[in-house]
Design a protein around this ligand. Structure first.
Ligand SMILES: Cc1cc2nc3c(=O)[nH]c(=O)nc-3n(C[C@H](O)[C@H](O)[C@H](O)COP(=O)(O)O)c2cc1C
Length: 329
């Protein structure tokens, strides 16, 4: 092997490590980070990690696959910001259960400023469970965010005011059904920030009291110590990520869209909170399906709010140090 080839192999290896580190900042159901990366030369394989899928909440792994899609989108941004051209094959081997994508790193390309900006946004983005500021989210701000979802072959439907009450009622039903399920409660406790190595939503990212919101977030079964002035959601906008299919590929693309939407929203000064209770329960998923403008499958409900520039930034859900992120050869 020539020294040029050695240098390039090292540079590719570094780019792949950077990509998996960036991916670790992606949002995931219960902060489970249910993805596994394997590097082989210039190739990175992404699989869903069955040992990190919360079966009580996500029986058919749809939301775990969606979380993996968000990680994939984060990884691709990192590679683009590293000046790497990539080829992605989604669901490359349908006979291999859980193998979601293969990313091949090709030649160097010019780095686009948007890739750098998105990479910087990855470090800033976080789930924001506080009540939004007093300023309402306007439709013009949401337009480029919907376009970000469409760039990943997924759609974003903004709910009309009357539909928000239907969503609120479905959310109440989902919360009641899940709270009455012992297995679900145990799982929520397990992923509640006590795991080792540390994952799960920490107390500092959980509301200190019951939410007064019209569409409440997940009933975490515990009081956190997040600093909040208010939990109301009168000025929030609610939207549904959806698409035509219900296959693993559709859920993977939905996750890529979630990442694109979250980054665009953060860059537009909006907070984002994913709300998945109604998607987790079959009966309420059907109700959410009827809120869509046409035939399709709902993947995730999202709440957007205008960030209050005067409020303190909520404490983030921490990530493992880069050297502890498993990238198996
Ligand atoms: C598929 C999916 C479903 C989620 N559902 C909820 C939810 O119902 N309520 C909530 O507060 N956060 C929800 N989240 C956000 C995660 O809890 C959050 O991404 C995780 O704790 C990591 O924190 P971060 O987004 O601040 O990095 C969801 C995220 C994903 C990807």
């Amino acid at each position: 092997m020539t020294s040029t080839q050695t240098v390039d192999a090292e540079a590719v290896n570094r780019a792949l490590t950077n990509a998996t580190t960036a991916a670790s900042h992606a949002p995931s159901i219960h902060d489970t980070r249910p993805w596994r990366w394997r590097a082989h030369g210039n190739r990175l394989d992404l699989s869903v990690d069955g040992s990190r899928t919360p079966a009580g909440t996500d029986l058919d792994r749809r939301l775990a696959i969606l979380s993996c899609g968000a990680a994939l989108h984060h990884a691709l941004i990192s590679l683009a910001a590293d000046g790497r051209h990539t080829t992605v094959t989604r669901l490359p081997d349908r006979a291999k259960a859980g193998h979601l994508a293969t990313v091949r790193v090709n030649d160097r390309v010019t780095v686009e400023p948007t890739a750098i900006r998105h990479l910087q946004t990855i470090a800033l983005r976080h789930t924001d469970r506080r009540g939004p500021s007093g300023i309402a989210v306007d439709a013009d701000t949401l337009r480029p965010i919907a376009a970000a979802a469409e760039s990943q072959q997924t759609l974003l439907h903004l709910l009309r005011p009357r539909q928000i009450f239907d969503l609120a009622s479905a959310t109440d039903d989902a919360r009641r059904i899940e709270s009455g399920n012992q297995a679900w409660q145990a799982e929520l406790r397990d992923w509640g920030g006590t795991g080792s190595p540390r994952t799960g939503t920490p107390d500092t990212a959980v509301l200190p009291e019951a939410s007064t919101a019209t569409v409440p977030g997940r009933n975490s079964g515990r009081c956190g110590d997040m600093a909040v002035a208010d939990t109301q959601d009168r000025t929030a906008a609610f939207a549904i990520l959806y698409g035509p299919g219900d296959s693993d590929l559709d859920w993977l693309r939905a996750g890529e869209a979630l990442s694109a939407v979250c980054l665009k929203a953060t860059e537009s000064g909006l907070s984002v909170q994913p709300l998945s209770s109604t998607i987790e329960v079959g009966a309420t998923r059907e109700i959410v399906k009827h809120l869509l403008p046409g035939p399709g499958h709902p993947y995730l409900v999202l709440r957007f709010g205008v960030l209050d520039a005067t409020a303190s930034d909520p404490s983030r859900t921490p990530r493992l140090p880069a050297e502890q992120i498993a990238v198996q050869p």
